[in-house]
Design a protein around this ligand. Structure first.
Ligand SMILES: [Zn+2]
Length: 295
């Protein structure tokens, strides 16, 4: 009895052990099957993003400001820097870039921003100014028209229309005069911003963009604006006058007469005094002062 019971007990234990081992093996198989499941095809995976984070995908770096071309596909024909226009005496800073385009073409916000000004002036024509991150502003001038919805305070996304290409104000043909300025209203070279994006304020090329070369670039224009015609005429007359003075000085005997308007005569007073043979007569038949070199 004892033996049997031991034997039975032993068998029983053995069976139990077998059963237990079998159970473990079965559990192991199930566990393995479970473990294998994540590698199973699509349906399981597509469910994951709903409840779980996606550590595998890197996050997009945050962008402080991103600039795009205000007239997409068009090029800068007159850069930032010292420039002399035909009616000017010397070079002065062209505080932005001129982008050539056709009448009526859309002008777009160069970056996300808010409209701070929209109006018209005798020099800049129809213009819009936008405020951006870090106190930067962008300025769109000589437009044919400002878009209807544009009002101060309106928020715009980069690429939103602000107006249309024109030739308003002091302009010699259809183009966009485009500026970017810093928070202290200092003009910056727009070409260092357009088509680029900046993650942080420190990435903005603020110092570099303020620089410009000393060389004065003489601008060639297709026409003289009406508002500058008197200036241009006066300048041409002064040049003629100076030429006549030089010639007279050289030869000592150069009969030449140059018509001058009152303003340019006054400006040439120094040149006139320098050559004693030259005298400015107060009036002439057409009512304008006349300078002539007497031989
Ligand atoms: Zn310009």
């Amino acid at each position: 009895m004892t033996d049997l019971s031991l034997a039975q007990d032993g068998r029983a234990r053995h069976w139990l052990l077998d059963a237990a081992l079998g159970g473990i093996a079965a559990l192991g198989a199930i566990t393995l099957a479970h473990a294998a499941r994540p590698e199973a095809p699509a349906p399981v995976r597509t469910a994951i993003p709903v409840s779980a984070p996606i550590p595998a995908q890197p996050e997009q770096p945050p962008v402080l400001i991103a600039f795009r071309d205000p007239v997409p596909g068009r090029v800068v024909v007159s850069p930032f820097g010292l420039r002399q226009l035909p009616w000017e005496e010397g070079g002065r800073l062209h505080a932005g870039v001129d982008i050539q385009a056709d009448f009526g073409e859309a002008v777009r916000a160069a970056a996300d921003g808010v409209v701070v000004e929209a109006g018209q002036s005798s020099t800049y024509g129809r213009y819009v100014a936008l405020k951006h991150a870090e106190g930067l502003t962008s300025f769109y001038a000589h437009m044919g028209g400002v878009a209807d919805h544009i009002r101060p305070g309106l928020a715009l996304k980069a690429g939103d229309p602000v107006g249309k290409i024109g030739s308003s104000g002091t302009s010699t043909g259809p183009h966009l005069h485009f500026e970017i300025r810093d928070r202290r209203d200092r003009p910056l070279n727009p070409t260092l911003f357009l088509g680029r994006e900046f993650a942080e304020a420190d990435d903005l090329p603020l110092r570099k963009a303020q620089r410009f070369g000393r060389t004065v670039r003489v601008a060639h224009v297709s026409m003289i604006p009406k508002s500058k015609r008197a200036l241009m005429q006066a300048k041409l007359e002064r040049e003629e006058m100076a030429k006549a003075v030089r010639l007279a000085e050289k030869t000592g005997n150069a009969p030449a007469a140059v018509a001058l308007d009152a303003a340019s005569a006054a400006r040439n007073a120094v040149a006139v005094e320098r050559f004693e043979g030259l005298k400015v007569l107060p009036t002439s038949e057409d009512g304008r002062p006349r300078a002539q070199i007497s031989s």
